[in-house]
Design a protein around this ligand. Sequence first.
Ligand code: 7B0
Ligand code: CA
Ligand code: ZN
Length: 445
Amino acid sequence: MRPRTPHPRRLNGRLATAVVTGLLALAMATPASSDSVAAPDAERTREYEVTGPRTPTERTAVAATGASVDAVRHGSVVVTADARQAERIRRMGYALRVLPGPPDRRDGRAPVPFDFPPADAKYHNYKEAMAEVDADVAAHPSIMSKQVIGRSYEGRDIVAVKITNGAKKPPGRTAAKPEVLFTAHQHAREHLTVEMALYLIKEFGSTYGKDARVTKMVDERVIWVVPDVNPDGGEYDIATGSYRSWRKNRQPNAGSTARGTDLNRNWNYKWGCCGGSSGSTGSETYRGTGPESAPEVKVVADFVRSRIVGGKQRITAAIDFHTYSELVLWPFGWTYDDTAPGMTRDERDAFAAVGKSMAASNGYTPEQSSDLYITDGTIDDWLWGDQKIFGYTFEMYPSSGNGGFYPPDEVIDRETARNRDAVLQLLENADCMYRSIGKEAQYCA
Ligand code: 7B0
Ligand code: CA
Ligand code: ZN
């Protein structure tokens, strides 16, 4: 193997940056804020490249240490891990390389608390995102409305935007309109997903009556967008002006200094079943004390259940947006098997057919979620397993070879518009997902 040469100059630069960042964080922490207590050293996480794991089973074993697997490559993975988790991965015989921390985008300017650094000003913090939603709704009141569906742990509103032309009905249909759900930002550091949701709201509003595909879908579907499932985590991630690579929510854990539940391990289907989440509060994939123990998950799950009208779930399809790796994923995540109790061959084939077709339009890689590694308690498994909603997970830009949770704001327009066609495809399929496998007559008569 080629020996790696150290780069002392760069390392020093990084150390200096870390010291300045640390001082800034201290200076900015207000006494009233719980953020003023620095995380103990043992809880500090870093990103590593882990060379060696190349199969789903091997990657699941890496994830079982409690680290989050952030990207999967051929023969390696990128993880976020604390010191103990990193040591456990090392003992499995894999080589670890520390990756650079989040980029510094302050441009030498003073950070503004709870805002993105100046160079990333086009990203929306929570307040800006809510203002954007309100402006879009105000501009298109005949097709858009906003509902506060509940509150986060720290008391921020979690909102759903409803987009439909209530005056129109699908031709030849007496039944209610099929509904489609788009959710974003379960994971705090995945800020590009909020921009994705805001793009959808803006796009449907501004091209209704102009673009034929959009107009038809706004007329014939009910579109729900929940642009920020984890506002507390998102605000915490940007609070000091230096990105913190935070993933979970900000709920305290009894008997532990470690905060947060991984929202995407807290859903009430096969919760904690299969080694795809962690019972340790310090883990990046901590599953919480029980299903829906995270208020944010309970709020969105209650909202989804509220769409059961007359005993029938009106939402038929969904996308939950994440970053990164450029993937279109379908359930199940809890098992390696393509079909399982709760997933027939035809259901799996419809998931795969629409998934592959969406991926053909955005250039992502389509696969079953567990082709990466086992996960349990995720939203897509719950949407399908519990609600029979065709729920996909999109992992947005960048690709796994070109990694990072913090792409510069210059990519926002391109990378959100990139999913326009895929989103329209899902909406167009949402009245009968089985059309994609030629079985409309059998399932959708
Ligand atoms: C996650 O890096 C979820 C697949 C859902 N079946 C993948 C997601 O929660 O591990 N990847 S990520 O955290 N965004
Ligand atoms: Ca910029
Ligand atoms: Zn994620």
